[in-house]
Design a protein around this ligand. Sequence first.
Ligand code: UD1
Length: 369
Amino acid sequence: MISRPLYLVAGARPNFIKLAPLVRELQGRDNLPYRIVHTGQHYDYLMSGSFFNTLGIPEPDVNLEVGSGEQGLQTARILERFEKLLLEEAPSAVVVFGDVNSTLACSLAASKLQIPVVHVEAGLRSFDRTMPEEINRLVTDVLSDILFASEESGVLNMNREGIPAHKVYLVGNIMIDSLEHMLPAALERDTPARLGLETGDYALLTMHRPSNVDREATLKCLMNVFAEISLHLPLVFPVHPRTDQRLQELGIRQAIPNRFRMVEPLDYLDSLCLQKHARLVFTDSGGMQEETTYLDIPCITLRENTERPVTVEMGTSTLVGNDPKRIWQAFKQVLAGNYKHADQIPLWDGKCAGRIADILEETFWNRPK
Ligand code: UD1
Protein backbone atom coordinates (compact mmCIF):
# COMPACT_ATOMS: atom_id res chain seq x y z
CA MET A 1 0.00 0.00 0.00
CA ILE A 2 1.36 3.44 -0.84
CA SER A 3 1.06 5.85 2.05
CA ARG A 4 0.00 8.91 0.07
CA PRO A 5 -3.00 8.83 -2.29
CA LEU A 6 -3.08 9.38 -6.02
CA TYR A 7 -5.06 12.45 -7.00
CA LEU A 8 -7.48 11.86 -9.85
CA VAL A 9 -8.34 15.25 -11.29
CA ALA A 10 -11.36 16.06 -13.45
CA GLY A 11 -13.01 19.32 -14.37
CA ALA A 12 -15.15 19.18 -17.49
CA ARG A 13 -17.78 16.85 -18.92
CA PRO A 14 -15.52 14.65 -21.09
CA ASN A 15 -13.14 14.18 -18.13
CA PHE A 16 -15.84 12.50 -16.05
CA ILE A 17 -16.41 9.78 -18.66
CA LYS A 18 -12.65 9.01 -18.60
CA LEU A 19 -12.40 9.18 -14.81
CA ALA A 20 -15.20 6.68 -14.07
CA PRO A 21 -13.52 3.46 -15.30
CA LEU A 22 -10.29 4.24 -13.46
CA VAL A 23 -12.17 4.88 -10.22
CA ARG A 24 -14.03 1.58 -10.65
CA GLU A 25 -10.74 -0.20 -11.27
CA LEU A 26 -9.01 1.35 -8.24
CA GLN A 27 -11.99 0.54 -6.02
CA GLY A 28 -11.24 -3.11 -6.73
CA ARG A 29 -7.61 -2.84 -5.64
CA ASP A 30 -6.69 -1.96 -2.09
CA ASN A 31 -3.08 -0.96 -2.69
CA LEU A 32 -3.64 2.27 -4.62
CA PRO A 33 -5.53 4.77 -2.45
CA TYR A 34 -6.90 7.76 -4.36
CA ARG A 35 -8.78 11.00 -3.95
CA ILE A 36 -11.05 12.59 -6.53
CA VAL A 37 -10.48 16.29 -7.14
CA HIS A 38 -13.10 18.21 -9.16
CA THR A 39 -11.84 21.60 -10.33
CA GLY A 40 -15.36 22.97 -10.85
CA GLN A 41 -14.65 24.00 -14.47
CA HIS A 42 -18.07 22.54 -15.29
CA TYR A 43 -20.65 23.00 -12.55
CA ASP A 44 -24.21 22.83 -13.95
CA TYR A 45 -25.97 19.60 -12.97
CA LEU A 46 -26.37 18.58 -16.62
CA MET A 47 -22.66 19.17 -17.33
CA SER A 48 -21.26 17.62 -14.16
CA GLY A 49 -23.45 16.10 -11.39
CA SER A 50 -25.54 14.07 -13.81
CA PHE A 51 -22.35 12.40 -15.10
CA PHE A 52 -21.16 11.57 -11.59
CA ASN A 53 -24.55 10.02 -10.81
CA THR A 54 -25.03 8.10 -14.04
CA LEU A 55 -21.47 6.81 -14.15
CA GLY A 56 -21.51 5.89 -10.45
CA ILE A 57 -18.52 8.09 -9.57
CA PRO A 58 -18.37 8.86 -5.83
CA GLU A 59 -18.72 12.47 -4.71
CA PRO A 60 -15.43 14.32 -5.24
CA ASP A 61 -13.27 14.54 -2.10
CA VAL A 62 -12.44 18.12 -3.03
CA ASN A 63 -14.16 20.64 -5.30
CA LEU A 64 -12.09 23.69 -6.20
CA GLU A 65 -15.20 25.48 -7.53
CA VAL A 66 -13.35 27.59 -10.09
CA GLY A 67 -16.34 28.14 -12.43
CA SER A 68 -16.21 29.77 -15.87
CA GLY A 69 -13.95 32.51 -17.17
CA GLU A 70 -11.59 33.49 -19.96
CA GLN A 71 -8.90 30.93 -20.80
CA GLY A 72 -6.20 32.62 -18.75
CA LEU A 73 -8.41 33.45 -15.79
CA GLN A 74 -9.89 29.97 -15.52
CA THR A 75 -6.49 28.31 -15.87
CA ALA A 76 -4.96 30.66 -13.30
CA ARG A 77 -7.74 30.04 -10.79
CA ILE A 78 -7.31 26.29 -11.05
CA LEU A 79 -3.52 26.64 -10.79
CA GLU A 80 -3.77 28.77 -7.66
CA ARG A 81 -6.31 26.58 -5.87
CA PHE A 82 -4.80 23.26 -6.89
CA GLU A 83 -1.31 24.31 -5.83
CA LYS A 84 -2.66 25.23 -2.41
CA LEU A 85 -4.22 21.78 -2.12
CA LEU A 86 -0.98 20.07 -3.16
CA LEU A 87 0.92 22.03 -0.52
CA GLU A 88 -1.46 20.80 2.16
CA GLU A 89 -1.16 17.13 1.23
CA ALA A 90 1.40 16.05 -1.37
CA PRO A 91 -0.14 13.12 -3.27
CA SER A 92 2.04 10.33 -4.68
CA ALA A 93 1.04 11.46 -8.20
CA VAL A 94 -1.54 13.55 -10.02
CA VAL A 95 -3.55 11.82 -12.74
CA VAL A 96 -5.07 14.16 -15.35
CA PHE A 97 -7.36 13.33 -18.28
CA GLY A 98 -7.85 14.69 -21.79
CA ASP A 99 -7.15 18.22 -22.92
CA VAL A 100 -9.26 20.73 -21.02
CA ASN A 101 -8.02 23.74 -19.06
CA SER A 102 -8.16 21.71 -15.83
CA THR A 103 -5.76 19.18 -17.37
CA LEU A 104 -3.19 21.84 -18.17
CA ALA A 105 -3.47 23.80 -14.91
CA CYS A 106 -3.22 20.77 -12.63
CA SER A 107 -0.23 19.29 -14.48
CA LEU A 108 1.56 22.61 -14.22
CA ALA A 109 0.90 22.96 -10.49
CA ALA A 110 2.02 19.39 -9.77
CA SER A 111 5.12 19.41 -11.90
CA LYS A 112 6.40 22.64 -10.30
CA LEU A 113 6.15 20.89 -6.95
CA GLN A 114 7.94 17.84 -8.35
CA ILE A 115 4.88 15.67 -7.96
CA PRO A 116 4.70 13.08 -10.77
CA VAL A 117 2.10 13.79 -13.44
CA VAL A 118 0.22 11.00 -15.20
CA HIS A 119 -1.63 11.94 -18.40
CA VAL A 120 -4.47 9.74 -19.62
CA GLU A 121 -5.14 10.34 -23.36
CA ALA A 122 -1.66 11.67 -24.10
CA GLY A 123 -0.05 12.46 -27.44
CA LEU A 124 -3.13 13.44 -29.44
CA ARG A 125 -2.40 16.35 -31.80
CA SER A 126 -4.63 18.33 -34.14
CA PHE A 127 -1.60 20.44 -35.19
CA ASP A 128 -3.94 23.42 -34.88
CA ARG A 129 -2.80 25.83 -32.21
CA THR A 130 -5.88 28.01 -32.62
CA MET A 131 -7.61 25.36 -30.48
CA PRO A 132 -7.16 25.95 -26.73
CA GLU A 133 -7.14 22.16 -26.32
CA GLU A 134 -4.06 21.78 -28.55
CA ILE A 135 -2.05 24.09 -26.29
CA ASN A 136 -3.32 22.12 -23.29
CA ARG A 137 -2.22 18.83 -24.87
CA LEU A 138 1.26 20.06 -25.80
CA VAL A 139 2.04 21.56 -22.41
CA THR A 140 0.57 18.69 -20.40
CA ASP A 141 2.60 16.12 -22.33
CA VAL A 142 5.85 18.02 -21.89
CA LEU A 143 5.24 18.07 -18.13
CA SER A 144 4.03 14.50 -17.70
CA ASP A 145 6.04 11.64 -16.25
CA ILE A 146 3.78 8.83 -17.43
CA LEU A 147 1.86 9.20 -20.68
CA PHE A 148 -0.98 6.86 -21.63
CA ALA A 149 -1.89 6.99 -25.33
CA SER A 150 -5.30 5.99 -26.64
CA GLU A 151 -4.25 5.40 -30.25
CA GLU A 152 -1.05 4.74 -32.18
CA SER A 153 -0.86 8.31 -33.57
CA GLY A 154 -0.37 9.58 -30.00
CA VAL A 155 2.72 7.41 -29.57
CA LEU A 156 4.16 8.57 -32.91
CA ASN A 157 3.54 12.24 -32.09
CA MET A 158 5.27 11.98 -28.71
CA ASN A 159 8.13 10.08 -30.26
CA ARG A 160 8.55 12.84 -32.87
CA GLU A 161 8.50 15.50 -30.12
CA GLY A 162 11.30 13.77 -28.25
CA ILE A 163 9.27 12.56 -25.26
CA PRO A 164 11.31 9.60 -23.91
CA ALA A 165 9.80 6.29 -25.03
CA HIS A 166 10.06 4.75 -21.55
CA LYS A 167 7.43 7.22 -20.27
CA VAL A 168 4.91 6.34 -23.00
CA TYR A 169 2.39 3.45 -22.92
CA LEU A 170 -0.19 2.59 -25.56
CA VAL A 171 -3.10 1.44 -23.39
CA GLY A 172 -6.14 2.11 -25.59
CA ASN A 173 -9.14 4.31 -25.10
CA ILE A 174 -10.57 4.67 -21.60
CA MET A 175 -13.79 6.29 -22.91
CA ILE A 176 -14.59 2.98 -24.56
CA ASP A 177 -14.44 1.33 -21.11
CA SER A 178 -17.29 3.62 -20.03
CA LEU A 179 -19.15 3.04 -23.26
CA GLU A 180 -18.97 -0.76 -23.02
CA HIS A 181 -19.92 -0.71 -19.35
CA MET A 182 -22.92 1.57 -19.81
CA LEU A 183 -24.26 0.54 -23.22
CA PRO A 184 -26.71 -2.12 -21.94
CA ALA A 185 -28.29 0.44 -19.57
CA ALA A 186 -28.30 3.06 -22.36
CA LEU A 187 -30.17 0.70 -24.67
CA GLU A 188 -32.88 0.24 -22.06
CA ARG A 189 -33.70 3.93 -22.40
CA ASP A 190 -36.35 5.02 -24.89
CA THR A 191 -34.61 8.32 -25.62
CA PRO A 192 -35.56 8.62 -29.32
CA ALA A 193 -39.26 7.96 -28.59
CA ARG A 194 -39.17 10.37 -25.64
CA LEU A 195 -37.95 13.07 -28.01
CA GLY A 196 -40.51 12.20 -30.67
CA LEU A 197 -37.98 10.49 -32.95
CA GLU A 198 -38.04 7.13 -34.73
CA THR A 199 -35.17 4.71 -34.20
CA GLY A 200 -32.73 4.86 -37.15
CA ASP A 201 -34.55 7.76 -38.72
CA TYR A 202 -33.03 10.94 -37.30
CA ALA A 203 -29.73 12.79 -37.10
CA LEU A 204 -28.05 13.87 -33.88
CA LEU A 205 -26.19 17.20 -33.84
CA THR A 206 -23.80 18.60 -31.23
CA MET A 207 -21.50 21.60 -31.57
CA HIS A 208 -19.71 23.77 -29.06
CA ARG A 209 -16.20 24.49 -30.43
CA PRO A 210 -15.28 28.17 -30.53
CA SER A 211 -14.47 27.70 -34.27
CA ASN A 212 -18.14 26.85 -34.92
CA VAL A 213 -20.12 28.84 -32.39
CA ASP A 214 -18.20 31.96 -31.43
CA ARG A 215 -18.38 33.84 -34.78
CA GLU A 216 -21.86 35.08 -35.63
CA ALA A 217 -21.58 34.46 -39.40
CA THR A 218 -20.35 30.88 -38.92
CA LEU A 219 -22.98 29.94 -36.36
CA LYS A 220 -25.81 31.47 -38.43
CA CYS A 221 -24.61 29.66 -41.53
CA LEU A 222 -24.43 26.32 -39.68
CA MET A 223 -27.88 26.79 -38.17
CA ASN A 224 -29.30 27.48 -41.66
CA VAL A 225 -27.68 24.35 -43.06
CA PHE A 226 -29.08 22.20 -40.25
CA ALA A 227 -32.53 23.79 -40.51
CA GLU A 228 -32.55 22.74 -44.18
CA ILE A 229 -31.19 19.29 -43.42
CA SER A 230 -33.99 18.79 -40.89
CA LEU A 231 -36.48 19.07 -43.77
CA HIS A 232 -34.94 15.83 -45.13
CA LEU A 233 -34.31 14.02 -41.84
CA PRO A 234 -35.50 14.99 -38.34
CA LEU A 235 -32.64 16.40 -36.35
CA VAL A 236 -32.12 16.59 -32.58
CA PHE A 237 -29.68 19.11 -31.14
CA PRO A 238 -28.74 18.97 -27.43
CA VAL A 239 -27.40 22.46 -26.90
CA HIS A 240 -24.15 22.99 -24.97
CA PRO A 241 -24.23 26.04 -22.63
CA ARG A 242 -21.58 27.88 -24.67
CA THR A 243 -23.67 27.45 -27.83
CA ASP A 244 -26.87 28.28 -26.01
CA GLN A 245 -25.40 31.56 -24.84
CA ARG A 246 -24.38 32.51 -28.39
CA LEU A 247 -27.74 31.50 -29.86
CA GLN A 248 -29.55 33.62 -27.31
CA GLU A 249 -27.29 36.60 -27.89
CA LEU A 250 -27.99 36.32 -31.63
CA GLY A 251 -31.72 35.63 -31.20
CA ILE A 252 -31.49 32.54 -33.41
CA ARG A 253 -33.79 30.18 -31.50
CA GLN A 254 -37.06 31.45 -32.97
CA ALA A 255 -36.30 30.69 -36.64
CA ILE A 256 -36.02 26.90 -36.34
CA PRO A 257 -38.32 24.42 -38.16
CA ASN A 258 -40.03 22.00 -35.75
CA ARG A 259 -38.23 18.91 -37.16
CA PHE A 260 -35.08 20.59 -35.78
CA ARG A 261 -35.46 19.76 -32.08
CA MET A 262 -33.28 21.75 -29.69
CA VAL A 263 -33.01 20.18 -26.23
CA GLU A 264 -30.95 20.61 -23.07
CA PRO A 265 -27.59 18.81 -22.68
CA LEU A 266 -28.18 15.05 -22.36
CA ASP A 267 -26.99 12.76 -19.65
CA TYR A 268 -24.51 10.05 -20.61
CA LEU A 269 -27.04 7.25 -21.11
CA ASP A 270 -29.34 9.36 -23.28
CA SER A 271 -26.35 10.49 -25.32
CA LEU A 272 -25.22 6.89 -25.95
CA CYS A 273 -28.76 5.76 -26.69
CA LEU A 274 -29.33 8.58 -29.19
CA GLN A 275 -25.99 7.94 -30.90
CA LYS A 276 -26.61 4.21 -31.18
CA HIS A 277 -30.03 4.66 -32.79
CA ALA A 278 -29.16 7.62 -35.05
CA ARG A 279 -28.94 7.41 -38.83
CA LEU A 280 -25.94 9.70 -38.50
CA VAL A 281 -24.26 12.17 -36.15
CA PHE A 282 -23.00 15.69 -36.87
CA THR A 283 -20.54 16.81 -34.23
CA ASP A 284 -17.42 18.78 -33.36
CA SER A 285 -16.85 16.75 -30.18
CA GLY A 286 -13.70 14.64 -29.89
CA GLY A 287 -15.40 12.05 -27.69
CA MET A 288 -18.33 11.57 -30.04
CA GLN A 289 -15.97 10.95 -32.98
CA GLU A 290 -14.69 8.01 -30.93
CA GLU A 291 -18.06 6.81 -29.67
CA THR A 292 -19.62 6.80 -33.16
CA THR A 293 -16.61 4.91 -34.51
CA TYR A 294 -17.00 2.26 -31.83
CA LEU A 295 -20.77 2.07 -32.52
CA ASP A 296 -20.25 2.13 -36.32
CA ILE A 297 -22.56 5.12 -36.79
CA PRO A 298 -21.67 7.64 -39.55
CA CYS A 299 -20.06 10.76 -38.05
CA ILE A 300 -19.86 13.96 -40.06
CA THR A 301 -17.28 15.93 -38.12
CA LEU A 302 -17.66 19.72 -38.15
CA ARG A 303 -13.93 20.35 -37.98
CA GLU A 304 -11.06 20.85 -40.43
CA ASN A 305 -8.73 18.60 -38.47
CA THR A 306 -8.82 16.03 -35.73
CA GLU A 307 -6.41 14.98 -33.00
CA ARG A 308 -8.01 11.51 -33.26
CA PRO A 309 -7.01 10.49 -36.82
CA VAL A 310 -7.83 6.84 -36.25
CA THR A 311 -11.53 7.80 -36.28
CA VAL A 312 -11.10 9.01 -39.88
CA GLU A 313 -8.64 6.36 -41.07
CA MET A 314 -10.33 3.31 -39.54
CA GLY A 315 -13.55 4.73 -38.16
CA THR A 316 -16.74 6.44 -39.32
CA SER A 317 -15.63 10.08 -39.12
CA THR A 318 -15.41 12.40 -42.15
CA LEU A 319 -13.99 15.89 -41.65
CA VAL A 320 -16.12 18.58 -43.32
CA GLY A 321 -15.26 21.75 -41.37
CA ASN A 322 -18.16 24.18 -41.34
CA ASP A 323 -18.50 24.30 -45.13
CA PRO A 324 -22.17 23.83 -46.17
CA LYS A 325 -21.20 22.11 -49.45
CA ARG A 326 -19.08 19.47 -47.73
CA ILE A 327 -21.70 18.96 -45.01
CA TRP A 328 -24.39 18.31 -47.65
CA GLN A 329 -22.12 16.05 -49.68
CA ALA A 330 -21.40 13.79 -46.70
CA PHE A 331 -25.06 13.87 -45.60
CA LYS A 332 -26.24 12.74 -49.05
CA GLN A 333 -23.69 9.96 -49.05
CA VAL A 334 -25.15 8.62 -45.80
CA LEU A 335 -28.71 8.89 -47.11
CA ALA A 336 -27.67 7.06 -50.30
CA GLY A 337 -26.42 4.20 -48.11
CA ASN A 338 -22.84 4.17 -49.38
CA TYR A 339 -21.04 5.54 -46.35
CA LYS A 340 -17.97 3.76 -44.93
CA HIS A 341 -18.06 1.36 -41.97
CA ALA A 342 -15.69 1.22 -39.00
CA ASP A 343 -12.95 -1.33 -38.39
CA GLN A 344 -12.17 -2.47 -34.88
CA ILE A 345 -9.57 -0.14 -33.34
CA PRO A 346 -6.75 -1.90 -31.49
CA LEU A 347 -7.09 -1.76 -27.68
CA TRP A 348 -10.49 -0.07 -27.71
CA ASP A 349 -11.75 -3.08 -25.81
CA GLY A 350 -13.14 -1.93 -22.45
CA LYS A 351 -10.01 -2.99 -20.58
CA CYS A 352 -7.99 0.21 -20.73
CA ALA A 353 -8.44 1.20 -17.06
CA GLY A 354 -7.08 -2.19 -15.97
CA ARG A 355 -3.93 -1.68 -18.03
CA ILE A 356 -3.49 1.82 -16.60
CA ALA A 357 -3.97 0.63 -13.02
CA ASP A 358 -1.41 -2.18 -13.54
CA ILE A 359 1.20 0.36 -14.65
CA LEU A 360 0.33 2.74 -11.80
CA GLU A 361 0.66 -0.13 -9.37
CA GLU A 362 4.08 -1.15 -10.72
CA THR A 363 5.25 2.47 -10.63
CA PHE A 364 3.89 3.75 -7.33
CA TRP A 365 3.41 0.74 -5.10
CA ASN A 366 6.22 0.36 -2.59
CA ARG A 367 7.88 3.45 -4.00
CA PRO A 368 10.30 5.04 -1.51
CA LYS A 369 8.84 8.16 0.15
C1 UD1 B 1 -14.70 22.75 -22.38
C2 UD1 B 1 -13.34 22.29 -22.94
C3 UD1 B 1 -13.55 21.55 -24.24
C4 UD1 B 1 -14.54 20.41 -24.06
C5 UD1 B 1 -15.83 20.95 -23.47
C6 UD1 B 1 -16.83 19.85 -23.23
C7 UD1 B 1 -11.43 23.80 -22.48
C8 UD1 B 1 -10.54 24.80 -23.09
N1 UD1 B 1 -12.50 23.46 -23.24
O1 UD1 B 1 -15.25 23.64 -23.31
O2 UD1 B 1 -12.32 21.01 -24.67
O3 UD1 B 1 -14.79 19.82 -25.32
O4 UD1 B 1 -15.53 21.61 -22.23
O5 UD1 B 1 -18.04 20.34 -22.77
O6 UD1 B 1 -11.20 23.36 -21.39
N2 UD1 B 1 -20.99 26.87 -18.87
C9 UD1 B 1 -22.16 26.70 -18.19
N3 UD1 B 1 -22.24 25.68 -17.28
C10 UD1 B 1 -21.21 24.83 -17.04
C11 UD1 B 1 -20.02 25.03 -17.74
C12 UD1 B 1 -19.91 26.04 -18.65
O7 UD1 B 1 -23.12 27.44 -18.38
O8 UD1 B 1 -21.36 23.92 -16.21
C13 UD1 B 1 -20.90 27.97 -19.88
C14 UD1 B 1 -20.24 29.19 -19.34
O9 UD1 B 1 -20.89 30.28 -19.88
C15 UD1 B 1 -18.85 29.12 -19.94
C16 UD1 B 1 -19.06 28.39 -21.24
O10 UD1 B 1 -20.14 27.49 -20.98
O11 UD1 B 1 -18.29 30.38 -20.11
C17 UD1 B 1 -17.87 27.60 -21.70
O12 UD1 B 1 -17.38 26.73 -20.67
P1 UD1 B 1 -15.83 26.33 -20.61
O13 UD1 B 1 -15.60 25.30 -19.57
O14 UD1 B 1 -15.00 27.56 -20.59
O15 UD1 B 1 -15.56 25.71 -22.03
P2 UD1 B 1 -16.40 24.65 -22.88
O16 UD1 B 1 -16.85 25.33 -24.12
O17 UD1 B 1 -17.42 23.96 -22.04
